[in-house]
Design a protein around this ligand. Structure first.
Ligand SMILES: Cc1cc2nc3c(=O)[nH]c(=O)nc-3n(C[C@H](O)[C@H](O)[C@H](O)COP(=O)(O)OP(=O)(O)OC[C@H]3O[C@@H](n4cnc5c(N)ncnc54)[C@H](O)[C@@H]3O)c2cc1C
Length: 391
């Protein structure tokens, strides 16, 4: 008659796996709704594919590269609302430069965006700033450098148990949000040799939809110049080789170059999914830089040049375009990330936001039902105590 969570109201303690933008937005919104969040991230810091990378040049100079997403846009009103809040906190700013395409035939910049349309945003000072701020909000306990190795449903307790990759206990939770497809895909096994943390057989209704999320890899080239490429007012660039080159300013030393996915796929086919060697990355950096030079722009020799491989840069399909996240209300499990909506920051934000709202709505429903139960039992409506589980 009653939902099983009446006796076990949602409240309470939720584990979020992954501190990319979807996980960070989800954790922040869960915490705002009074849910205690433990956030686990395998990398040293937050950001995921919105990370900022620190490098040291040969002469000891410190360099920072937004080597994942260099900027993002938004059209959804919920996301725009969040961006306005982040702007007011000084975490993001609009990137107000002329964005255009570079035509390889005429060697000219063309198709400049119309002013005011298609606003683009950057994190201040780096793309990881937003995730960093969200992960440290009240109600969130963030743990970095912790790779979750097991996400196990304890049937007899109606709880989730998490362990790290070496089998150390990370705690028990009423609910789990996982924000990276590698936590349930075979790719995890290909890279680590271990089974993925989450066994999809536990959520059979969704297994077919999410078991094989195809992804495209890419390489990013990080180059730093002594002087900005003044001839074209080109201080930072985002180049899909042979496709377009957009010139902007702001990130003085950050040069981001992305080749077509095919280039990266060819290399991965030859070398496998394991981390590429330094020698291989140096060679790739040289090849990408030569492509950059093929633009014919007056490009001086950089004093720093390095390639980074993103093995799962862009999901190819959207697994929950309408629902925006995958939700098992019985086990209180949400799966979110850009692969649910669209392969960009906006898609990831929407997915994380929806996962948090779904948890919170479930909590509300569970409270209302609890009231009804207590009313039936003849207790006073205004004195109902909702036992919040703490584990
Ligand atoms: C080179 C590049 C350029 C891009 N350019 C743009 C752009 O211009 N505009 C745009 O909007 N988007 C761009 N994107 C896409 C955008 O970066 C992503 O869509 C978005 O950042 C994805 O966020 P996410 O939270 O879904 O996933 P992620 O950022 O990948 O976050 C998942 C997190 O989970 C962590 N994790 C995984 N497994 C575990 C585990 N077992 N335990 C603990 N932690 C774990 C990972 O370390 C990661 O931090 C670009 C991406 C790349 C790579």
């Amino acid at each position: 008659m009653f939902d099983e969570h009446i006796m076990n109201p949602i409240a309470t303690k939720v584990a979020v796996v992954g501190a990319g933008i979807s996980g960070a937005v989800c954790a922040s919104n869960l915490a705002k709704n009074g849910i205690a969040v433990s956030l686990f991230e395998s990398a040293r810091g937050p950001g995921g594919r919105m990370s900022r990378r620190r490098e040291i040049a040969e002469d000891g100079r410190e360099l920072y590269f937004d080597h994942g997403a260099p900027y993002f846009s938004a059209t959804n009103t919920d996301v725009e609302e969040m961006i306005r809040v982040w702007e007011s906190r000084g975490l993001v700013a609009e990137w107000k430069q002329n964005f255009g395409s570079f035509d390889f035939i005429t060697k000219k910049f063309v198709n400049f965006d119309k002013e005011g349309l298609n606003k683009k945003y950057v994190g201040i000072p780096g793309m990881n700033t937003i995730c960093r701020a969200l992960c440290h909000e009240p109600g969130i306990e963030s743990k970095f450098g912790v790779m979750v190795g097991t996400i196990e449903w304890l049937e007899n307790k109606d709880l989730w148990s998490l362990k790290d990759k070496d089998g150390h206990d990370l705690g028990q939770f009423n609910g789990v949000v996982t924000s990276d497809k590698s936590t349930f895909s075979q790719r995890f096994t290909q890279v680590t040799g271990k089974p993925p943390p989450l066994d999809l057989n536990m959520i059979p209704g969704f297994a077919d939809i999410i078991k094989d999320v195809a992804v495209r890899p890419c390489f990013a080239l990080m180059v730093a110049f002594e002087n900005p490429c003044l001839q074209y007012h080109l201080k930072a660039s985002h180049l899909r080789i042979q496709k377009y080159l957009a010139g902007h300013s702001v990130r003085a030393v950050s040069q981001d170059v992305q080749p077509p996915e095919q280039y990266a796929e060819n290399i991965i086919t030859k070398s496998g999914l394991q981390k590429p060697s330094n020698a291989a990355l140096t060679e790739i950096a040289e090849e990408l830089f030569q492509e950059f030079q093929r633009t014919g722009l007056d490009i001086s020799q950089p004093f720093f040049k390095k390639a980074h491989r993103w093995g799962s840069a862009f999901p190819v399909t959207s697994t929950a375009k309408n629902e925006k996240c995958i939700w098992d209300g019985k086990k209180l499990l949400a799966i979110c990330g850009d692969f649910c909506v669209s392969p960009n920051v906006e898609g990831a934000i929407l997915s994380g936001f929806t996962a948090a709202s779904t948890f919170s709505e479930a909590k509300l429903v569970s409270r209302q039902k609890m009231r009804k139960v207590n009313m039936c039992n003849g207790m006073q409506y205004d004195k109902v105590v909702i036992p919040l589980l703490s584990v």
